[in-house]
Design a protein around this ligand. Sequence first.
Ligand SMILES: CC(C)(COP(=O)(O)OP(=O)(O)OC[C@H]1O[C@@H](n2cnc3c(N)ncnc32)[C@H](O)[C@@H]1OP(=O)(O)O)[C@@H](O)C(=O)NCCC(=O)NCCS
Length: 146
Amino acid sequence: MKTDKLNIRLFTIEDYDGVIKLWREANIPIRPQGRDSREKIKQQIENGITIFLVAEIEGKIVGVVLGTHDGRKGWINRLAVDVNYRRQHIAVKLVQELEHRFDQIGLDVTACLIEEENSISMEFFKELGFAEWSGKYFSRRKSPES
Ligand SMILES: CC(C)(COP(=O)(O)OP(=O)(O)OC[C@H]1O[C@@H](n2cnc3c(N)ncnc32)[C@H](O)[C@@H]1OP(=O)(O)O)[C@@H](O)C(=O)NCCC(=O)NCCS
């Protein structure tokens, strides 16, 4: 099985190119001139409220999840698995590890925002026992790259 040698660990800035490639291939929106520049990501992993995990197999990054928290709630952001490694529970393992780390800092709620058309992601989170809450997401950005 491809995932025998799966290792989940914290992202380091050396993983940057591999993660950007994976996000692009998984159609995760990225803003390389803004919030996803190497510099911004570096700042983010040092901010104390980010738990950025990668899943690797023999040095190749095959999955990623960007966890953040607000002191009460943990957020699952930008979860993605390499298309050649899907349906092998790599995403499940990434979320389990992230939730374990959320537990360790005393967070009681885990949440994620899913775009309406992303039915696969909805299936995934339902399968993991997440309950659906409907609402509208409002935001204000300093720039389109924010
Ligand atoms: C969503 C995503 C991360 C799932 O990764 P994955 O490693 O393939 O998922 P898992 O193998 O852990 O799936 C666990 C369960 O979720 C459900 N699931 C996952 N992919 C599914 C699919 N394509 N169709 C239906 N159910 C699916 C299944 O119940 C699956 O369990 P099973 O394989 O035993 O039936 C992956 O499809 C992906 O990278 N998608 C593109 C990026 C994206 O949309 N990310 C989510 C942003 S919110």
